[in-house]
Design a binder for this molecule. Structure first.
Ligand SMILES: [Zn+2]
Length: 453
C-alpha cells in the first residue's frame, strides 16, 4: 500500500465496479491514475477481469478468422469454383468441436496462455521503455509496480484498438472491403492498419503511464551549487561557493543561470521557439541542458517530442514522394502515407532504448537527487532522432541512385566477415549514432544533477 498512499491522480478510494470499468471511461490517462492508487485486492480483481475480457475478445477474433479460412479451403478443393456466394466447408459448430478436440495444444491453449503472457510482456516492456517516465523518489520495485498498474489502466483502450484491428483484418482479408474504396489490393491497407494500430497502442500506454506516475511530493532537498553540487544551506547568498568559487547568487536566483529554454517561455510554444530549441538542443546540448528548468510540469516537453514525431512523419512522406518524382523510382504512391510511419516507429524504439539505458542507470546508481528530473531530458532528446533521419535518408537516396545508374556493379561492394558491406555500413552508422546519443545523456546528467529549478 506504500504506492497508493502518495499518488496524485486518485487520492480517493474508488469502488470496485468503477475501477474495473475505469479503462473505458474518461480520458485515457485517468484510468492509469486510478489503478496507480487502487488497493491491492481491488487491483488484483480488476486485473483478472481485464485479462479474461482480453482473452475472450482475442478468442472470438481468432475463432472468426479460422471460420473464414475454412471457406478458402473449400474453394481450393476445386468443387465450388465460380460460385459467387460464400460457402463454408465448416459450420461454426463444427469448428468449435475441432477446437475442443485439439484441447490445450490447439487454439484454446494459444489464447489462454498467449494473452496472459502477452500482458506480462507488456508490463515488462512498459517498465523498461517507459520506466524513465515512472521513476519516482521510491525504489525500483515501485517503478515495476507502477508499470503493471499503468498497463492494466491501458487495457480497455488496447482491447478496443485490438478488436478494431481484428475486425478490420477480417473485413479486408476475407470480404475485400477495399474494393468499395476503389483500391486494388488489400496489402497496403493491412500494412497501414498494422503500423497505425501499433503507434496508437504506444500512445495509449504512454498516456496511462503519465497518469500512473507519482507526482505527489515535490523534491525538498537543500539548495546546491550548480557548478559542483556543494550544499549551500549555510552559505550567504552574496558569497562564493567554498568548493568551486562560483557565485552563489548564480545558483540560487531564479532565471539568472538556469533561465529556461525558448520552447518553455510564453503562454504557448511557437513554431519559431520549437525550431530554435531543437537546433540549440542538437548543436549545443551542454548549454541547452544548463538552461533547462528540470523541476515541475513536463507537459511542454512532451508536446515538444510529439511535434518531433509529427515532423518526422511529414518529412519522411515528403522525402518518399520526392524520391518517386526525382528518381522515378521508389515505393508506390498509395503506400507512402503508411511507409512514412516506419521511421516514426523505428525512431520511437531507438529513442526509448537510449533513454532506458541512460535513465535506468542513473536511477539504479542514484545519480539524481530526484529521478523525476530526467523526464524532460528524455522528451527533449527526441530531437536527436533527426540525425538518424538525415543519415538513413541520405544513405538510402544515394544507394537508390547508385543502383539506378548501375554504378553498384563497378563498386567494390564485397563481404566483410560474412556481412555484406552496405549492411556493415548501416550497423556502423546506427552504432555510432547510439553512442553519440548515450554520450549526450551523460552531458545532460552533468548539466542537471544539481539543478535548483
Ligand atoms: Zn560550487
Amino acid at each position: 500500500m506504500e504506492v497508493s498512499a502518495a499518488s496524485s491522480g486518485g487520492g480517493r478510494d474508488v469502488g470496485l465496479a468503477e475501477l474495473i470499468f475505469a479503462p473505458l471511461r474518461g480520458p485515457i490517462g485517468v484510468a492509469g491514475a486510478k489503478f496507480a492508487s487502487a488497493p491491492w485486492g481491488k487491483f488484483a480483481i480488476a486485473t483478472v477481469t481485464w485479462i479474461l475480457l482480453l482473452t475472450l475478445a482475442g478468442g472470438s477474433v481468432r475463432f472468426y478468422i479460422d471460420w473464414e479460412k475454412s471457406r478458402f479451403r473449400w474453394f481450393a478443393s476445386g468443387t465450388g469454383g465460380g460460385n459467387s456466394t460464400p460457402v463454408y466447408s465448416q459450420t461454426p459448430g463444427g469448428l468449435w468441436s475441432d477446437w475442443q478436440s485439439e484441447g490445450l495444444r490447439g487454439p484454446f491453449g494459444n489464447i489462454a496462455i498467449g494473452i496472459p503472457a502477452a500482458f506480462c510482456g507488456l508490463v515488462v516492456l512498459v517498465a523498461i521503455f517507459l520506466g524513465p517516465d515512472l521513476h519516482s523518489t521510491r525504489s525500483i520495485p515501485a517503478t515495476l509496480v507502477r508499470a503493471a498498474r499503468a498497463s492494466i489502466g491501458a487495457s480497455g483502450w488496447l482491447l478496443i484498438v485490438g478488436a478494431c484491428a481484428g475486425i478490420g483484418y477480417i473485413l479486408f482479408e476475407f470480404h475485400h472491403l477495399q474494393l468499395a474504396f476503389g483500391i486494388a489490393d488489400q496489402g497496403s491497407i493491412l500494412f497501414a492498419g498494422a503500423i497505425g494500430s501499433i503507434l496508437l497502442m504506444l500512445s495509449i500506454v504512454g498516456r496511462c503511464v503519465v497518469g500512473a506516475r507519482d507526482d505527489s511530493a515535490p523534491y525538498q532537498g537543500p539548495p546546491r551549487c550548480e557548478g559542483c553540487g556543494y550544499e549551500l544551506t549555510h552559505v550567504p547568498d552574496s558569497g562564493l561557493c567554498p568548493e568551486c568559487r562560483c557565485e552563489v547568487e548564480r545558483s540560487l536566483r531564479p532565471g539568472l543561470w538556469r533561465c529556461g529554454i525558448a520552447w518553455e517561455r510564453g503562454e504557448r510554444g511557437t513554431a519559431g521557439a520549437l525550431l530554435a530549441s531543437a537546433a540549440s538542443l542538437i548543436l549545443a546540448p551542454r548549454k541547452f541542458y544548463s538552461c533547462l528548468c528540470v523541476r515541475g510540469d513536463d507537459r511542454r516537453a512532451r508536446r515538444f517530442s510529439a511535434w518531433q514525431f509529427r515532423m518526422i512523419w511529414i518529412g519522411a512522406f515528403v522525402w518518399l514522394i520526392s524520391l518517386r518524382t526525382v528518381l522515378g523510382d521508389g515505393p508506390r504512391r498509395q503506400d507512402c502515407v503508411a511507409l512514412a510511419l516506419i521511421p516514426v516507429l523505428a525512431g520511437w524504439g531507438v529513442w526509448r532504448i537510449m533513454a532506458a539505458i541512460s535513465v535506468w542507470w542513473w536511477y539504479a546508481a542514484g545519480e539524481l537527487s530526484d529521478p523525476r528530473w530526467s523526464r524532460k531530458v528524455v522528451q527533449y532528446e527526441a530531437a536527436f532522432l533527426w540525425t538518424f533521419c538525415l543519415v538513413f535518408g541520405s544513405g538510402f537516396t544515394i544507394g537508390l541512385w547508385l543502383v539506378q545508374r548501375s554504378v553498384t556493379r563497378r563498386l567494390p561492394l564485397g563481404w566483410f566477415f560474412g556481412i555484406p558491406l552496405p549492411m556493415l555500413f548501416f550497423l556502423a552508422s546506427v552504432g555510432t549514432l547510439v553512442l553519440i546519443g548515450l554520450y549526450r545523456y551523460r552531458i545532460a546528467l552533468r548539466a542537471i544533477r544539481w539543478a535548483n529549478f
